[in-house]
Design a protein around this ligand. Structure first.
Ligand SMILES: Cc1cc2nc3c(=O)[nH]c(=O)nc-3n(C[C@H](O)[C@H](O)[C@H](O)COP(=O)(O)OP(=O)(O)OC[C@H]3O[C@@H](n4cnc5c(N)ncnc54)[C@H](O)[C@@H]3O)c2cc1C
Length: 441
């Protein structure tokens, strides 16, 4: 395994440790899972059993659909681990207390690297209270965030230059390590498992577009390669040519490296491949760079550039032809049929085409009293409804609409020099009537 994905946060092996523990949280999969591989490698060399634990937390603002999607995925995890001879322990309740408790008798603890504040802060608090060795593994990016750059990057252009210099070391085949199965079981940890009550229960299928789990993720990838990649340059709301892999990436149900490898195997479709991989690598990892180095990635006063704040401020007093409340927007009650359609799409299926996401957010800026209010509404709706919400790309995507990672454009009302979008572009590029018919209530 390439060393830069693996980091020892603490070295203090618990000599009496009875097992190796992998706390799975951000990489909810068994394939192309660098953390799992590392944990298996250590379990084999120390001849100790391996336990994989997951801790379920309820977030009040999140929809039931997110949990259904996650549980579908955890069912795959449990079954696939069983095939490998590895026990899966599903915990619920207080994350910190639980992880500290199950780490007590562990010789070594392995966990996934995370990028968002709440995940990193929880890991930091837990690491302060665990005395054994902790190994953090970075498996949800094609190139580790700190290897690409040691600071917040200005734009896709600046990140791309750095990414290209280091990518070849990381864009390499992944090899599964076989677990040698150590049967000595630990009753204490096994008693904590409540997976029977949760993830084995068959959930009602709410959305055929998005069934969760690594098996579904792989089906989506294969379908995309077979049917849609050749049309990727024409992707849009009327044709569904994009991969729809973002929900799976968000829950760690598929590895971006696996996607990269499968796309690279294709010999033709050079332009389509290049365009797709630019999104999967540069754009996605720019978003990770943003949340990793910018502590204020979710706070209006920290999300964009001074030129953007200044120009928006200069246009605060501009007359707004339409102003909608957060509720009116959530209920898709605007004068704009295109906007209402994409808002309905978001609420109905938890996904939206990338071009429509830009239009959607730009219009919230245009129709809100202030840019700050617009930012807060957009982020709230984004994270409430999208399967891929609360992802680094959620924060970077919404911030982009307010000038982040973009340049100044010709000055105009309300937006100032921040890029503007209107429905003419939609009508020119896409068959909007087809899209409207699909999602109108
Ligand atoms: C206002 C706004 C909000 C957004 N909110 C989210 C969000 O909540 N979660 C999210 O994952 N993405 C978000 N994006 C980025 C992008 O629109 C989605 O990642 C993409 O539409 C997901 O669909 P797909 O998987 O079919 O994309 P594809 O076109 O098939 O792209 C493949 C993968 O590349 C990555 N990718 C594509 N475009 C971007 C981008 N602009 N920035 C970062 N990564 C990208 C995603 O991981 C995606 O799954 C947002 C963009 C905007 C403008």
């Amino acid at each position: 395994m390439n060393g830069d994905r693996v980091r020892y946060l603490k070295i203090n092996e618990n000599k009496n440790g009875e097992y190796i523990l992998y706390w799975m949280q951000e990489s909810q999969r068994t394939k192309y899972n660098f953390s799992l591989n590392k944990a298996i490698e250590i379990a084999n060399s120390s001849q100790l059993p391996l336990y994989v634990v997951f801790n379920y937390i309820e977030y009040p603002e999140v929809q039931k659909r997110h949990y259904d999607f996650m549980f579908q995925g955890l069912r795959d995890v449990k079954n696939n681990l069983k095939e490998k001879g590895i026990s899966f322990i599903f915990l619920t309740g207080n994350l910190e207390e639980n992880i500290i408790k199950v780490s007590k008798n562990a010789k070594i603890v392995v966990w996934d690297k995370a990028y968002l504040k709440f995940q990193r802060e929880a890991k930091k608090r837990i690491s302060n209270k665990i005395s054994s060795t902790i190994i953090e593994v970075e498996g949800n990016v094609t190139v580790p965030v700190e290897v690409i750059s040691s600071k917040e990057e200005y734009s896709a252009r600046t990140l791309r230059i750095k990414y290209k210099k280091v990518k070849d070391r990381f864009l390499i085949e992944f090899k599964d390590i076989e677990y040698l199965k150590f049967e000595i079981k630990n009753k204490k940890i096994e008693k904590l498992d409540v997976s029977k009550m949760y993830i084995l229960e068959e959930k009602e299928v709410v959305n055929n577009d998005f069934l969760g789990g690594e098996i579904e993720a792989r089906k989506k990838l294969d379908y995309f390669i077979k049917e849609n990649l050749k049309f990727y340059l024409d992707k849009g709301p009327d044709n569904e040519r994009a991969s729809k892999l973002s929900p799976y990436l968000n829950f760690g149900q598929i590895s971006p490296l696996e996607i990269w490898i499968e796309i690279e195997k294709i010999e033709d479709m050079i332009e389509q491949k290049e365009s797709f991989l630019e999104e999967l690598t540069v754009r996605r990892e720019l978003a990770i760079n943003f949340v990793y180095y910018n502590k204020n990635y979710d706070n209006w006063y920290g999300v964009t550039y001074n030129w953007a704040y200044e120009t928006l401020e200069n246009h605060l007093q501009d007359a707004r032809k339409y102003i909608y409340s957060s509720k009116e927007l959530e209920n898709a009650e605007t004068h704009d049929i295109y906007w209402n359609t994409c808002q309905n799409e978001m609420v109905k299926i938890g996904y939206m085409d990338s071009y429509m996401r830009m239009y959607w957010c730009k219009k919230i800026l245009e129709w809100s009293q202030t840019p700050k209010e617009a930012y807060q509404i957009a982020l709230f709706l984004n994270n409430k409804y999208f399967y891929d919400g609360r992802d680094p790309s959620s924060y970077a995507g919404v911030a982009w609409c307010f000038g982040k990672h973009d340049r100044a454009w010709k000055e105009r009302e309300i937006f100032g020099k921040v890029r503007y979008m209107n429905s003419d572009g939609l009508k020119r590029k896409f068959k909007m009537q087809k899209y409207i018919e699909k999602y109108t209530k």
